[in-house]
Ligand binder design. Structure first.
Ligand code: FMN
Length: 153
């Protein structure tokens, strides 16, 4: 499938994805990747800086789901697809160069890069909207909560 402009803009703005893979025993493995970005029309990408579990799982089973959610607007997307691990070669070099150019990422920190071919995508909307609240109202509530949290986060 082709990522829409709205999806691309959202992922670019958030820069944090929660990546779910499948462990060999069939149970889930979920961990955050702050390097989650749009790679092209139908791929997301993230860097393996220290994600041994995710990478080992993908080598055995490419099934992956990534959730990208805005903690203020309480909206986001879920992306399902297939992940491919690259530890060298042209794709690895291109991804690492892009992160180096755009974020100043030290290439020696990159163990591998993971390209995710997105096959399904859907919007995520919080039940906070179920009572008819507007995006402005929900955002105001959570912005306050996140900037003045009841406990350190
Ligand atoms: C906010 C946040 C962002 C992170 N971003 C990344 C990342 O982009 N790449 C990475 O390899 N690890 C990242 N990590 C660290 C991994 O999530 C962490 O090492 C995790 O235990 C890896 O689990 P796994 O081996 O099951 O993938 C991040 C952690 C946090 C809290």
């Amino acid at each position: 499938m082709t990522l829409t402009d709205a999806m691309r803009d959202f992922v670019t703005a958030q820069g944090l994805g929660f990546v779910a893979t499948v462990r060999p025993d069939g149970t889930p493995n979920l961990s955050p990747k702050g390097t989650t970005e749009v790679w092209d029309d139908d791929h997301l990408v993230f860097l393996d800086l220290y994600s041994p579990g995710t990478v080992a799982n993908l080598r055995e089973n490419p099934a992956v789901e990534i959730n990208v959610v805005c903690p203020v607007r309480r909206k986001g997307y879920r992306f399902r697809g297939e992940g491919t691990v690259h530890t060298g070669g042209e794709t690895f070099d291109r991804v690492v160069r892009r992160f180096q150019d755009r974020r100043g990422t030290d290439p020696t920190r990159v163990r591998s890069v993971v390209l995710v071919r997105v096959t399904e995508a859907a919007e995520l909307i919080s039940p906070a909207y179920a009572d008819g609240a507007t995006e402005e109202e929900v955002s105001a509530r959570w912005l306050h909560r996140l900037t003045d949290p009841p406990a350190p986060c």
